[in-house]
Design a binder for this molecule. Sequence first.
Ligand code: C2E
Ligand code: CA
Ligand code: CA
Length: 700
Amino acid sequence: MEIQMDALTGMPQQRGYLDLVDDCLGKHPQESFCMLTTDIEHFSYFNKWYGRSDGDRLLSDIASFLKRLANEEEMIIGYMGADRFSAFFKINPNLTERIRQGIISILQKVKDNEVFRPIFGGFVCRPEMRVKSIDLFDYTINAIQQAVGNLKSSIFWFDEDMARQLMEEMELMPKVTYGMENGQFTFFLQPKCQLRDGRIVGAEVLMRWISSTGEVISPDRFIPALEKNGYIIQLDKYIWEKTCQVLRRWLDQGRRVLPVSVNISRVDIREMDVVAVFDRLLKEYRIPVNYLEVEITESAYVENEAIIKEAERGLRELGLKILIDDFGSGYSSLNMLKDIQADILKLDMQFLNMDENNFDKGRNIVSSVIAMANQIDLPVIAEGVENLEQSEMLSALGCSFAQGYYFYRPMSINQYEILLEDENNVAMPNIVNRKSGSAYLRDLAQYFAVVAEVNPFTGEYHFIHHDASFKFATNLRPDTISEYIDSCVQKGNVHPDDVPGYVRRTGLEFIRERLLSRSLRILYDVRFKKNGVYKWYTFECQQPKNFSMEEPWVLFTWKLAHTDASDKIDAVTLMHRTFRAVLKVNMRTGAFDIMHKHPDAPSELYRYSKNIMDFFQKAINEYVHPEDRVKYTWFVKPERIVRYFQENEAPLRLKIRCRHHDRWICTVAEIYRSIEYSTIKPVVLVTLLDCRTDSYFQEH
Ligand code: C2E
Ligand code: CA
Ligand code: CA
């Protein structure tokens, strides 16, 4: 038998290895054997982060180890391409463990980074089974696939359960085909909500299979199988088309339309030109592109990065928003955040429910993902939110949107339409458009005196924007950012007290360190001399959303420490410190938006009220002092308010006592015309302000 050897590892290649295994099976029909295949999780990242030569070295270290072992023990080994190795031997738990430990310790020695974990898939082959080597290998690969993302164990055995599952999947196929031919597939919609008030901002399309008996079958029961054999692409195309038809109908009927997102399977991206499909659908059904969004699961990125990236680029060029689905359920999550081009992140809360002991850890993950996303202006939708506690926690952590049973379960298209008919269920603004690409830089440029892109590894830099009034540097353009900073310092343009801090924080080493710790946002106030006097500027270094190791540019910005923007922020802070709550209300429809709510204010009241009258009624029943109820009820009567503002501009004002925990506090309620006010759309602001003189009030 002639065996092809692999040049890098000096081991038999896949074909040769499988031939050797078949040969051995043929010679020992009465023995039990074990095949063990290993695969390194996220190996493609290894090459990317540490370079190909380190990657090759790792592979040849593993190969040497296996070859050594194969000299001592009776076993067949093979290199199966990429990062896969396989071994075949008479059943022997000791040997299994030696292989496992050996490869784990090689990885630890080379790079002690737990992202790159070896996973082992095993299969025990008994004499009565009569399988071929290629099937054995398939089973071990199947076992590895089960293991991806499972951190509890590193070795997985293809077992009878898995074999049974394979069988079930085979039986499922004809039923799916029948279902597709007979219109049994449809979708439900699950609203996505604003966390602060539960109002709807959009919905997700979730496939459902209504079987011949009328049973609603959820996708978890059939999609994994359809992904394996590629059937999913037919079904997904069908659901996307149905979605566009429904959007078209809503538009034609003049209904309120909020964006809906469809799920894209990684198989869709691998097996068909999704960009072309969406392009056709958008055109054929004349769907304004902001009404359709796509969800791509996070794990797809890990598996097949290049292809996903390309599809992602095409979809974005069409103008579709991309949501990263199931974020946090995979493993590379935190690292990935800075690479991805997504518009919205869907953070999976389910892992919080899995293990109560790990709740703190889960919470920390949630909190750091939200913090990081907020830094790069990436909206987060928490999904799988099931209770008030989760919802409160998410609000406190700065998350704005949620989807989950706590708000709404997935519902039929018809139920969803009815829900949206009531304006009070719907959020006023949609999920904010994220700044992107050049628009994002243009905005920056207006706001900052100087914006530069800096490569923290080489010191290269170039200015994106340079305000004429900001001329501190020499006319000669220094080669690196450090030389540029030094020249400013040497010319005496930086206040002597600020020099050490400034030089340190603009130093490449400092920035690289921060990059590694993944908390890159450096802020430093520094005085620059301008026309002979020192003025405060804010220097800031941040990592833009398209930062990648291939294009490792960070942004350096300088702005006057005192600008309109900071005034605005001050004003908003002041408002937030002052008022208990500020509401914007359309007095005719009762729709309202909470512009501000003090953390102390009772959140149930705000969360559950969707119409201003519910809100007032609940407030009156539960929070207003019994003696003040009558006059407050009169004060907030909508018809009275509408009539009053038709003739008056001056605010309405009333003092009442409100319950605050177990005390009564004097509160001033005021109602003003909003800047949006018109007689047709009487929009007013309602503010609630605590009086400092509450002790006085208690006595009277
Ligand atoms: P997904 O994209 O993560 O969708 C969210 C799933 O979580 C849905 O399950 C939804 O019903 C469920 N869910 C929502 N809120 C909660 C909650 O508070 N608690 C819990 N425990 N679950 C909640 P569903 O509809 O069974 O879909 C399962 C998965 O099937 C989806 O997960 C998605 O990956 C896939 N899927 C659904 N529709 C399609 C489709 O049209 N095409 C493709 N390729 N995949 C789809
Ligand atoms: Ca989804
Ligand atoms: Ca999800």
